[in-house]
Design a protein. Sequence first.
Length: 371
Amino acid sequence: MKNLVVGAGLTGSVIANLIANEWNEKVTVVDKNSFVGGHINDYVDEQTQIHVHRFGPHIFHTNSERVWNYLSQFTDWHNYSFEPNVVIKGQKVTLPFNLNTIKQCFDEQTAQKYTKKLVDTYGMEHKVPILELKQTNDEDLKFIADFVYKYVFEGYTVKQWGLKPEEIDSSITARVPVFISYDNRYFQDKYQAIPKNGYTDMIKNMLYHKNIQIFLNTKYKDLAENYDRIFYTGSIDEFFDYKYGMLPYRSLTFDIETHDCEYYQPTAMVNYPCDNDFTRITEHKHFLNEKSEKTVISKEYSHTFELGKNERYYPIKSDENAELYEKYLNEAQQLQNTYFLGRLGAYKYYNMDQAVLAALEFFDNINNYSI
Ligand code: FAD
Ligand code: UDP
């Protein structure tokens, strides 16, 4: 059987690796980029030797033993606790907004009052999405909700999505809930780490196999050959020539700068909801605790995705877009041996572990039914 994987991102690399290893079949992988890894690609900056996350900050985190064990075949890990900051009134404070952030933003007496109210209402270690907190009728909680909404979510969400927090799917802002805790970590998952030699190295190890052949700078539509099975991790609407219309996405651009100082900021990511045009600044040396007299940062800007002008980064979750996706999915289900996967193929806001798990589970099922 001739197998084709379109996309050498994380999803495509899992699928190619499984075909090569588990089926012991040949597989061709194509990617339109000149590099592997898709959005998790990183590279070593020549001047500083720092690993730079080409497409923004990537922290691997999961509670899935299966995903952790699977990826651990291809990399050793650098344990990493992600504790970013957000700038509120010019001051870098703890993000997610938690009980330490309250201490940093208010005088002692006020902080104590709001802390007590939050703990009494929700209990310690509870997470409250901002849109849920905004529903409160309690005067003190309303004050905190309005404060967090204004200084953490409103400006950032308008920059990131072109919409206000209440206009986007509530699951998006719920990714970063108010945390009634003194735990400063962005994630509470069991495993939190960065591949020791970078993400690209991990992907290369997944793809380094006698059964796998890779063609970079190669678009699916430019392929002349026919394949028996196609695993497509590009955008599903593109595959079908946009016959039902285009699935909307948000895009990003990055200004990558080298600075002549040891550190630019105290932590890997600092968000700027209220100031500047960019959403956040990433300082890359923090991820692997790399040492250099200089430092590399990237400023991240969000845009509407426009075909031919920029790239797809974030699917936009809404009922309307789900309906449009469903039309393409119905079309896809008429095809024999052609499967759509990954952030673009499934049109889902997957974290890395979710993308890997979806690919592993897809492979379980295809093994059970189709082959
Ligand atoms: P992609 O990486 O998009 O791979 C798709 C590949 O297909 C690309 O290489 C593309 O070039 C190729 N392709 C598409 N169309 C074609 C075509 N027609 N022909 C040939 N090739 C094609 N997740 C986390 O767990 N933690 C994080 O901290 C985190 N941070 C993130 C930060 C940002 C800014 C972004 C955008 C995402 C972040 N993610 C994070 C999510 C993570 O990037 C994704 O889960 C993961 O990259 C999905 O991999 P994928 O292979 O499905 O998609
Ligand atoms: N968000 C925000 N302010 C922040 C951080 C996040 O408003 O400082 C909102 C914003 O809408 C964002 C969403 O929460 O798109 C999810 O944030 P996350 O950090 O998970 O985004 P990602 O890393 O996936 O871009």
